[in-house]
Design a protein around this ligand. Structure first.
Ligand code: BES
Ligand code: MN
Ligand code: ZN
Length: 506
């Protein structure tokens, strides 16, 4: 179902005159105008080019791309100037500015076959950033087009020009970059797939397909088994649709594992709001309400591909939230997995219902930590905007996630769980209601989820974090950097970096 072409990544340290269609060099936005960054051109060419930047209209702003005829030293390839954004004299570029510049260039150069990226790379991490950016920039989603007229194929080969090309660890670096970008692109494609084609049953099938060839076990609960075993949240949300819900467990369990983590993802393949129906405007964006499940699935697949010594289990809580004669009503009470009762006062607050069951199921296996990922609230967009995910929960986990996101180049921000929010969720008839205080609604939703986090063997709450990706998972603005329109694949990189970090600390 998800077919993504993968870019080939390689490095060279000399011989610019290859068979490349374009040679990309960087321009920074300095305090006194554009700055040509270190590049492999001859000194004479570089000097002439530096003098021409201003009259060419080149500013070095992020996402700027200017194509020039090739020079003798670039062989057949055209010369491309790519903006990397603000630079300060003497300060190295950040990994993320390299990642974005490479991604933006490769994205905008779609239609070309082979592109050489000659950005300054001071470390192996910089090469990794360029490689990741290139592989995430080379993405397109054409599965539902009947004609390729007017479409450009993504770049097929990225050659990274770097002085470090002889380093023996570069093979592993490129392999990691390719695997992580593949997981990001596969997440994007699942999000982009229309709800006519991606529904609970087909999502479960897609998970099995994607896991093929990896040391990963996929188990699917259908509606009969969900009902029988007491998954009241997933059933309560999914029963309004003719397309019945699923729970998918994806386990990577290598013998050498030293840590054990559980990931829970919201997989609402379409969120109409149910009986508490949403307005028509932009409702179509709610095809992306399964982004969390796509993220946790692809994260576990990436961890397996990398062969990391961690036991990682993803729980995909999948349902379609539809209004119908069979749907849950506002005021209905659901009995969740584990027996807690929830009064459903708003059927549009459905994500927390399916996630509660997933968190209870995950808790029963005593993981070292549970991280849940969900497009949970519109309030996330109000609080943190389009591009920054909110992270809430146990401080040891939220802190580690923030550090991992910083390293990975993703935007997340920790938010508190103020104590006064819990009473706002009190119900007149059940243990808890599914809506509470509207102000700070992202945190209210997290306080609801916290009620379902189980205890470890010593009776303490299992360390847990909740990541709300309502905004950053879907780009309904213009493309930028390596980020395309629609599904972004955000949070996969953060979770892979988080696992690497806890393994390094173990
Ligand atoms: N899937 C939505 C949240 C959402 C909104 C994601 C916008 C992406 C963009 C979620 O199920 C929802 O509808 N939440 C409600 C909760 C409310 C009823 C307490 C919301 O945020 O309005
Ligand atoms: Mn909803
Ligand atoms: Zn939703």
């Amino acid at each position: 179902m998800v077919k993504n072409t993968e870019i080939n990544l390689s490095t060279v340290s000399r011989g610019l005159k290859g068979t490349s269609d374009a040679v990309v060099i960087g321009v920074g936005q300095g305090t006194d105008g554009p700055v040509l960054l270190d590049n492999p051109l001859t000194a004479k060419s570089a000097e002439a080019l530096a003098d021409s930047l201003k009259p060419l209209g080149v500013t070095g702003a992020a996402d700027q791309l200017v194509r020039l005829p090739g020079l003798p030293e670039t062989g057949s390839g055209v010369l491309v100037l790519a903006g990397v954004g603000k630079v300060q004299a003497g300060k190295p570029l950040t990994g993320e500015s390299l990642r974005r510049a490479a991604g933006s260039a490769v994205r905008q150069l779609a239609g070309l076959g082979t592109v050489t990226l000659a950005f300054p790379t001071a470390s192996v991490e910089d090469v990794a950033a360029v490689a990741e950016g290139a592989a995430m920039g080379a993405y397109s989603f054409t599965e539902f087009r009947s004609s390729s007229d007017g479409l450009k194929d993504p770049v097929r080969n990225a050659v990274i020009f770097t002085e470090l090309a002889d380093r023996s660890d570069l093979g592993a670096v490129l392999k990691r970059a390719g695997l992580v970008a593949k997981a990001v692109n596969s997440t994007r494609s699942l999000v982009n797939t229309p709800p006519s084609h991606l529904y609970p049953e087909s999502f479960a099938e897609a998970a099995k397909d994607l896991a093929k060839g990896l040391p990963v076990k996929v188990t699917v609960w259908d509606e009969k088994r969900l009902e029988k075993e007491g998954f009241g949240g997933i059933m309560g949300v999914g029963k309004g649709s003719t397309r019945q819900p699923r729970l998918v467990k994806v386990e990577y369990s290598p013998a050498k594992a030293t840590r054990k983590i559980a990931l829970v993802g919201k997989g609402i393949t379409f969120d109409t709001g149910g009986i508490s129906i949403k307005p028509a405007l932009h409702m179509g964006d709610m095809k992306s309400d399964m982004a969390g499940a796509a993220v946790v699935l692809n994260t576990v697949l990436a961890l397996a591909g990398l062969g990391l010594p961690v036991k990682a289990t993803a729980w995909l809580c999948i349902a379609e939230n539809m209004p119908s004669g069979a749907a849950s009503r506002p005021a209905d009470v659901l009995t969740m997995l584990g027996g807690k009762t929830v009064e459903v006062l708003n059927t549009d607050a459905e994500g927390r219902l399916v996630m509660a069951d997933g968190i209870v199921a995950a808790s029963r296996e005593y993981p070292d930590a549970i991280i849940d990922v969900a497009t949970l609230t519109g309030a996330q967009l109000i609080a943190l905007g389009n591009r920054t995910a909110g992270v809430m929960g146990t401080e040891s986990v939220t802190g580690a996630l923030k550090a991992a996101a910083d390293r990975a180049g993703e935007l997340v921000w920790p938010m508190p769980l103020p104590e006064e929010l819990r009473p706002s969720l009190d119900s007149q008839v059940a243990d808890i209601a599914n809506i509470g205080e509207r102000h700070g609604g992202m945190m209210t939703a997290a306080v609801f989820l916290r009620e379902f986090v189980g205890k470890d063997k010593a009776g303490e709450q299992i360390p847990w974090a909740h990541i709300d990706i309502a905004g950053p998972s879907f780009n309904n603005g213009s493309p930028y950097g390596y980020t395309h329109k629609q599904g972004t694949g955000c949070t996969v990189r953060t979770l892979v970096a988080y696992v690497e970090d806890i393994l390094a600390a173990a």
